[in-house]
Write a protein that binds this ligand. Sequence first.
Ligand SMILES: *Cc1c(COP(=O)(O)O)cnc(C)c1O
Length: 398
Amino acid sequence: MTGERYEAGQVHGLSKVGRPLLVRYDLDALASAVSKDDIAASDAPGFWRYAPFLPVTKPENRVSLGEVMTPLIPLDRSASGLGAQPGKAIVKDEGRLPTGSFKARGLCLAVSMAKEFGLEHIAIPTNGNAGAALAAYARRAGQRATVFCPADTPDINVREIQQQGAEVWKVNGLINDCGRIVGEGKEAVGWFDVSTLKEPYRIEGKKTMGLELAEQMGWRLPDVIFYPTGGGTGMIGMWKAFHELKAMGWIDGPLPRMVAVQAEGCAPIVRAWEAGEEHAPLWEDAHTVAAGIRVPIAVGDFLIIRAVNESGGFTVALPDEEILAARDKVAAEDGLLLCPEGAATVAAYARALADGKVKPDETAVLYNCATGLKYPMAPVDRALDKDVPIDYARFGAA
Ligand SMILES: *Cc1c(COP(=O)(O)O)cnc(C)c1O
């Protein structure tokens, strides 16, 4: 961080040295203007209840598709099987948001800011969920959206993006290649580049994950947060939220340990953190079933690693088999269908319990960043012939 300041009220991208810009507020003024009761009394949809913490100045620019406060769901059977005490392992299920992922938070904010600035064309590189959220919110606001995704992005995501009115292009590369196309097209096309952390507004939307968690827990925070980390906006946004709440005197005590969870097939942050570095070079041949965290290089790498270190947290990388086994276990035992990225946090939590990094009586919040319904599931091979006598013993005796 360079400490340079930039004016509010005008469009920003990266800083002069090519690093992310973060929005700063007059938190003393905010603390005297709003109270926790004001927030509690808000009837705005979902995270718009935190509008005083957000950079959109005119209420008519708040684009909405019916945001909700996402539920906190304790894992019962699956977590007690891992040795956790009852109620201590809690999933925050972001799959309930419009377009089925937490990407709605950031892109709703970016689109609302674009509306405030009168920008009419937005472009994004995506692994799927961000493109879908941009498509939906941009169309809602009457803006044009152009989306670039790796050619092997799951078909359901690519089609969803197109269905929601965006122009989507499949690129023979990874998300960083798509990011280069968006960046280079800025001059020629004049679109607003909303790549992860290349403008300061998406992160403000992601920040609401932290504000919302604090409010839902009675303005207290858990001991530890497990977060599936790709570009890291969620991690950086929550960390920013906790600092703002602390500066306002709305929370006190130690902040949660932040755990960055990645897949073994794409773990640049874990590798850098283990080496004691702040910057994470490009991860070659990135692959994982957890598409949302297949991010081989992150412009906010140092901000993620600082949040982990300042919080006393750690990083974990997991093989796909362990991620999918966690998904299967939670779905079968607790009836909650996680996305693979969310399942990775459960697998990481299981390991942390086993090696003592998290105690069974500590409260752990595990982020499920998208609905499990957008991901491939095992095929069903049982079939029943209605025209032959049915042997009911096959279904199990009562
Ligand atoms: C984008 C995404 C992530 C990673 O998000 P960041 O906050 O950018 O690190 C995790 N899970 C899912 C499902 C995603 O779509």
